[in-house]
Design a protein around this ligand. Structure first.
Ligand code: ADP
Ligand code: MG
Length: 415
């Protein structure tokens, strides 16, 4: 077994197929059979709608997780990541059991955690193998090495990138012939049932199904998808990502609470999911929830957010890209005031960007930290980024990481 010392942050690691193959060879003593990539994502609009059967619209980031992999014939799964301490995690396929970890164990997993358990970070890829086998797919053992430039825990979905890279690798290694959307579903099942995170289907679908130069419209009820051209540079625009580098502890419990509140709202309104409440009937629905102000606010967010997704699509279809700015900003207000999942760093990023001339801005991802997105004219992009950095310094927050999001490719084989 090879043990590696403390790892540098993933984004500072040299990245590429060659590097990944060399790392694999250093860890396992032979070249990998192949290398697969899966991206992180930002969600343009449609937040917390995916567990309400609603609409989402993510785009893939150029940041990817690479999985270098070879099959094994002895029923053993070996996992190693340049982004985690602890060396190789070795597991037997027939012993894989879901042992959902608690929040503390999961965050500790970012710092390593290994041995022979499928706990820690290894639960994500091990869960994918488990989910595939549970689904009756003939997956055998494998050696896997991961190398990633997706920031972890920044709301950019490094967990889905890790799962989906694994699913694509095994799908090819074992000739399973599964479609990208199906692989996304297996990856979601891994995260839900094996890791124990009750996420919706957006992140895995984004990692598996996005295409370069497009945002992906996804109806999370029937999984219909539409690739929507999203070439901001061609229009003199930029989409900035502001990673606040904070993650407030509140996050996990609050997610479950919001989810339960939405389900309660749906039950009270007699629908299977809040997606069925038409925007035109929002006032009636809210009146039906009188006396339940918290549920009312959750319902208002979901119903207006689904409507905003439709409005964003209408703008993009009509070539009115700048008009999506106010819709993004309205989405932020809804997440802040109704869904109550923003935090002062996200609000500061959004407010500062807007004051500095951005066309629109909103938090993206689960909330309570993570990242915000900012739509901005190319000519003022640098100034808006600088204003956000200065505001963070003035407020005594750690420096945010700001980069441009260009719609990248979904998961694919790279070597
Ligand atoms: P996000 O998906 O927004 O980045 P999560 O908390 O859902 O945040 O997932 C982050 C976790 O995923 C990390 O704590 C780690 O356990 C795991 N992870 C993601 N990418 C890697 C990687 N390249 N190597 C090892 N673990 C990873
Ligand atoms: Mg995640």
């Amino acid at each position: 077994m090879t043990a590696h010392g403390a790892a540098a942050p993933a984004t500072e690691r040299p990245h590429g197929a060659q590097h990944s193959a060399a790392q694999f060879a250093a860890v396992y003593g032979a070249a990998p059979t192949g290398i697969w990539a899966a991206p992180g994502r930002v969600n343009l609009i449609g937040e917390h709608t995916d567990y309400n059967d609603g609409f989402v619209m993510p785009l893939a980031l150029p940041h990817t997780t690479l999985a270098a992999a070879s099959p094994r014939t002895d029923g053993v799964l070996r996992l190693h990541s340049g982004g985690a301490d602890g060396g190789i995690v070795e597991l037997r396929l027939d012993e894989l059991r879901p042992t959902p970890m608690d929040t503390a164990a999961r965050s500790a997993s970012a710092r390593g955690g290994g041995g022979r358990r499928a706990g820690g970070w290894a639960a994500y890829p091990a869960g994918v193998v488990w989910a595939m086998r549970e689904a009756g797919l003939p997956v055998g053992g494998a050696d896997l090495h991961y190398d990633s430039t997706v920031p972890t825990g920044a709301g950019l979905s490094s967990s889905a990138a890790l799962e989906v890279a694994t699913a694509f690798a095994l799908n090819d290694l074992y000739g399973l012939g599964q479609e990208p959307q199906r692989l996304a579903q297996l990856a979601q099942r891994a995260e839900n049932a094996f890791v124990g995170v009750p996420c919706g289907i957006m992140d895995q679908t984004a990692a598996a199904c996005c295409t370069g130069g497009h945002a992906l419209f996804l109806d999370t009820r029937d999984l219909t998808r539409r690739q929507i051209p999203f070439d901001l540079a061609g229009e003199g625009l930029r989409l900035l990502v502001v990673d606040t580098r904070v993650k407030h502890e509140l996050g996990d419990g609050a997610y479950a609470e919001r989810r339960a509140g939405c389900e309660r709202g749906a039950r009270a309104l007699g629908v299977r999911a809040l997606r069925e409440v038409p925007y035109a009937h929002l006032d009636e629905a809210l009146a039906g929830l009188a006396g339940e102000p918290v549920v009312q606010a959750l319902v208002r967010h979901i119903v207006t957010e689904n409507h905003r997704v439709e409005e964003v699509i209408a703008c993009l279809d009509a070539g009115r890209t700048r008009a999506i700015g106010p819709l993004l900003t309205a989405g932020h207000a809804s997440l802040r005031d109704d869904f109550k999942i923003s935090c002062r760093e996200l609000d500061l990023a959004v407010d500062t960007a807007l004051t500095a001339g951005a066309l629109g801005a909103r938090m993206t991802g689960g909330g309570f930290g993570g990242s915000a997105i900012v739509l901005v004219e190319e000519t003022v992009a640098a100034a808006v980024g600088a204003a956000v950095t200065e505001a963070f310094a003035a407020a005594g927050h750690a420096a945010p990481r700001i980069f441009e999001a260009v719609a990248g490719a979904g998961a694919h084989r790279v070597a």
